[in-house]
Design a protein around this ligand. Structure first.
Ligand SMILES: NC(=O)c1ccc[n+]([C@@H]2O[C@H](COP(=O)([O-])OP(=O)(O)OC[C@H]3O[C@@H](n4cnc5c(N)ncnc54)[C@H](OP(=O)(O)O)[C@@H]3O)[C@@H](O)[C@H]2O)c1
Length: 245
């Protein structure tokens, strides 16, 4: 059996990724920053017959909380197969480059970038001996600098001074991570769920959570021959799923 840990899994896309992984026979540690919400989400999954799920408290903006979560998993077993860094925030609006509050920008980076960095570093020792260790860092199509310079892109006008750059920075971190792990069995990809109806955007996205979760699950379940180092976005590149950086 494969074991997965996913952050921000008590609702939205993370909860649906958890559901789909459970349906595929994976044991899932459901990361949540509020344990009560995580327990409620896990109880609902269990009611639906998906029982191999355990909530684990983790606030990714808090390095101590991340260390504690990693210790909890280390105490249960020696090896984790899949890490999905899904927790993310948009930050307060408006997000103009001319007026964006830097403290708010840092808050977004703390979750979307530094949270992922701390998660990868704390969970690497748990993953590294798995036959095919997999890391999926959940990014956004809005992290593509190439497309932000293309006036014909359908999201060209969605310029957010905190959120977009936080995901671009995540992609840049991922590039270094994938390079360092290139000669190992690790499969490491950044995956965009696409514009998906969740609380994140007041349920405005055209995709439902099952569509948003699908590419994350696809890349979480890669085998040894699977790709690594990609920026995956079926929203940006419907045919290949490989987004420009
Ligand atoms: N929805 C979209 O259209 C879309 C598009 C592209 C990319 N994404 C990315 O997809 C991911 C999931 O988004 P979503 O739409 O599912 O959002 P969501 O419904 O708002 O869910 C976000 C999840 O992240 C958790 N979270 C936030 N800050 C956290 C922290 N500091 N520590 C731990 N957990 C934290 C939330 O926990 P609480 O319940 O405790 O707040 C919640 O479980 C994000 O990385 C987002 O950037 C979403």
């Amino acid at each position: 059996m494969k074991y997965a840990f996913i952050t921000g899994a008590n609702r939205g896309i993370g909860l649906e990724v958890t559901r789909q992984l459970l349906q595929r026979g994976v044991y899932v540690y459901l990361g949540c920053r509020d344990l009560e919400k995580g327990e409620a989400a896990a109880a609902k999954l269990k009611e639906d017959g998906l029982t191999q799920v355990e909530p684990v408290e983790v606030d990714v903006s808090d390095a101590g909380s991340i260390r504690k979560a990693a210790e909890t998993i280390a105490g249960k077993q020696v090896q984790l197969d899949i890490l999905i860094n899904n927790a993310g925030i948009a930050g307060d609006y408006p997000q103009s480059a001319l007026t964006m509050d830097v403290a708010e920008m840092k808050r977004v980076y703390d979750t979307n970038l530094f949270g992922t960095v701390n998660m990868v570093q704390a969970f690497y020792p748990l993953l590294k001996d798995a036959p095919v260790p997999v890391i999926v860092n959940v990014t956004s199509g809005l992290g593509s600098l190439t497309l932000h310079h293309d006036p014909d892109w359908n999201h060209y006008q969605v310029k957010l001074a905190a959120y977009g750059p936080s995901k671009t920075a995540l992609n840049a971190y991922h590039t270094v991570l994938a390079y360092e792990l290139r000669d190992t069995p690790f499969r490491v990809n950044v995956v965009d769920p696409g514009y998906t109806a969740t609380e994140f955007n007041n349920f405005s996205g055209p995709n439902d959570v099952s569509e948003g979760a699908a590419p994350i699950v696809e890349y979480a379940l890669l085998d040894a021959d699977g790709p690594t180092g990609r920026f995956v976005s079926y929203d940006n590149s419907p045919e290949t799923g490989i987004s420009p950086w």
